[in-house]
Design a protein around this ligand. Structure first.
Ligand SMILES: [Mg+2]
Length: 218
């Protein structure tokens, strides 16, 4: 059993953890909205360029999306999930490379995702998620399926959901907002992308959490 390096003593999590990154997948590492758009285009014969904006986190309140309410959204999600969208979706540009760099910099990557929010297809969701992470060469030490993100502490969390950011901050956690059109009103720190410059800033924030609303990225 190793020791926690002295410079990380103030980042201790649990007995042996330090510099722990709780990492969301959808909207941060994986292009979930793009995959849903692809599914709608393919199954309904629609042009995804007509789908409008991503100004709202919920598809059915974002103008232009052909989804009327939460029940329709869940039906679309379930059908796309059954067709293995979690195994096939595109990564957010640069995410796999950036995460390999973070792992090489001794950041402990713990993936925390709410993907089991619809019951009945959990075996496929878990299996497809692990297959996707392997296929994209994304390193991680833990894979947690929970929507209760504030139940798992970390040195830094990265999330795109305004609701998750609020809950985590209310629990006293440090959260970096991963930039998406629907979270622009949420205060930073914020990563605009997975560029080297953004990862440089993230590593600095592990050392010293910024007191102002810092922004990192291209
Ligand atoms: Mg997300």
């Amino acid at each position: 059993m190793g020791r926690i390096p002295a410079q990380y003593e103030n980042q201790r999590v649990g007995i042996m953890g330090y510099r722990v990154l709780d990492l969301d997948l959808d909207g941060v590492c994986a292009d979930y909205r793009g995959a849903i758009a692809d599914y709608l285009a393919r199954t309904r014969g629609l042009d995804p360029r007509t789908f409008g904006t991503n100004d709202s986190y919920n598809f059915y309140t974002a103008p232009g999306w052909p989804i009327r309410n939460n029940a329709e959204y869940l039906a679309v999600h379930r059908a796309a999930e059954a067709e293995h969208l979690y195994a096939t979706m595109r990564p957010i540009p640069g995410a796999p490379e950036a995460l390999r760099r973070l792992a090489a910099e001794h950041v402990y990557i713990r993936i925390v995702t709410h993907r089991l929010f619809v019951s009945g297809q959990h075996r496929a969701v878990v299996s497809d998620t692990a297959a996707w992470l392997d296929a994209n060469g994304i390193p991680y030490m833990s894979l947690c399926f929970t929507g209760l993100k504030d139940s798992i502490g970390a040195t830094v969390h990265i999330d795109d959901s305004p609701g998750n950011v609020a809950v985590l901050r209310a629990a006293g956690q440090h959260v970096v907002v991963f930039d998406q059109p629907y979270n622009r009103a949420v205060p930073g720190p914020r990563m605009l992308d997975w560029s080297d410059a953004a990862v440089d800033s993230l590593l600095e924030w592990f050392e010293r959490w910024p007191s102002d609303a810092a922004v990192a990225g291209a």
